[in-house]
Design a protein around this ligand. Structure first.
Ligand code: AMP
Length: 396
């Protein structure tokens, strides 16, 4: 089945046309600067050069129509007719407590997603704009919403509740939701397969370490805890996000630096993490290079990042009462051997041993642990778009 996967932001729209049977990506692209004076569509048909067209896109509907034109274009298209697109899978960031799984999009579903807008004010409204634009241009094509939060809806209350007065949960649903659910679900399933485990009888930790980063504890195929929380700001140290901090720091900085809440949230989301600590970059390639050149701040940032990962893994092993396998995924997890090695070194007490040669590989599915290791450790490249495409087909 050919599935169009859409990931819509407030001024951008990413897309992939995927054949869910063969896993083949037929085309991939992005529309940027939607609503601005000059926008751009970048379209790459599989195995061919990228085409870039500067064009004004007044709104997302214009962007979607450009995408559909690109996909069917005589020269650089990949399908001859739009009727070949049999379904559209939309990435939706927040499904609140309403959605514990993906769902076919109807007017009621759109309303329910709208009701979650408060929980993800930057993302959900943009996702909805993309959904509406596709619905108006592809009237007879079924659409499915795939939520970042849905996979974590199986967390028990002791994992998802914060120790605030209960009225804040009752009134506003302030609780841990967790994110990157599509990735955690896809990688845990693939990891079980790769390690010869029965997913229904397994304890797996997934370390999704990218620019945004989160860890999940997956027991028998269900998420029982994860490091991101009410928003994607908590948990691990990330590219530019602080991850967990003492909440009182916010008041302290506000008073010392005379900053308002918006400014502090910007600081925690955009200027902290590995970038803020190293003062070098949010990118681990730059951090590694700086460390190799003796940059002390880069070394410290790297070590703080690794240490936080280890603490979450340790905590989740206790929550799961054991662990069968640990998977590394996303940009850093798939490509940074030093991060993986340093994390596993801390975990030596579990009987984990790593094959140093295998660990040199980047971006490939590979078993890192040696055959005698007590816990299996592997790299499983994530593929959120393929996961969305498959989920879309499964739901339909
Ligand atoms: P993601 O958010 O999953 O796309 O991950 C992006 C991040 O992956 C970048 O910001 C880098 O920190 C990291 N990354 C990508 N390639 C490499 C590499 N070859 N070595 C180390 N880190 C990498």
């Amino acid at each position: 089945m050919k599935v169009l996967v859409i990931n819509c932001g407030s001024s951008s729209l990413k897309y992939q046309l995927i054949d869910s049977d063969t896993k083949q990506v037929l085309a991939v692209g992005i529309c940027e600067r939607i609503g601005l004076e000059i926008g751009v569509i970048k379209h790459t048909p599989a195995g061919r050069d990228r085409i870039e067209n500067k064009v004004k896109m007044d709104n997302h509907e214009v962007a979607v129509s450009l995408v559909l034109n690109a996909l069917t274009d005589k020269e650089y298209g990949v399908i001859s007719d739009l009727s070949e697109i049999q379904a559209v899978g939309h990435r939706v960031v927040h499904g609140g407590e309403k959605f514990a799984s993906s769902t076919v999009i109807t007017e009621e579903v759109i309303q329910a997603i709208e009701e979650c807008n408060d929980l993800a004010p930057l993302h959900n409204p943009a996702n909805l704009i993309g959904i509406r634009a596709c619905m108006s241009l592809m009237k007879d094509v079924p659409m499915v919403a795939v939520f970042d939060t849905a996979f974590h809806q199986t967390m028990p209350e002791e994992a998802y509740l914060y120790a605030l007065p209960t009225e804040y949960y009752d009134k506003y649903k302030i609780r841990k939701y967790g994110f990157h659910g599509t990735s955690h679900s896809y990688v845990s399933e693939r990891m079980a397969d790769f390690c010869g485990l029965d997913i229904k009888n397994s304890k797996i930790i997934v370390c999704h370490l990218g620019n945004g980063a989160s860890i999940s504890a997956v027991v028998n195929g269900k998420s029982i805890d994860t490091s991101m929380g009410f928003t994607p700001l908590s948990g691990l140290v990330m590219g530019t996000r602080s991850g967990d901090i003492d909440p009182s720091i916010i008041e302290f900085i506000a008073k010392k630096e005379n900053k308002n809440l918006d400014e502090i949230m910007h600081l925690l989301n955009k200027e902290s993490g590995v970038q803020g600590m190293s003062q070098v970059s949010s990118d681990f390639r730059d951090i590694n290079e700086a460390m190799n050149n003796g940059n002390e701040k880069a070394r410290i940032a790297f070590n703080v990042f690794v240490y936080r990962v280890v603490k979450y893994i340790g905590g989740f092993i206790a929550s799961m009462n054991g662990v069968d396998a640990i998977a590394f995924t996303a940009g850093v997890g798939e490509n940074d051997p030093k991060v993986r090695y340093d994390v596993c070194k801390y975990l030596g007490f579990l009987g984990i041993t790593i094959d140093q040669e295998a660990n040199k590989l980047r971006g490939e599915e590979v078993m890192l642990s040696t055959p005698d290791s007590k816990v299996k450790v592997a790299v499983i490249p994530t593929n959120e778009e393929l996961a969305i495409a498959r989920e879309t087909v499964a739901i339909l």
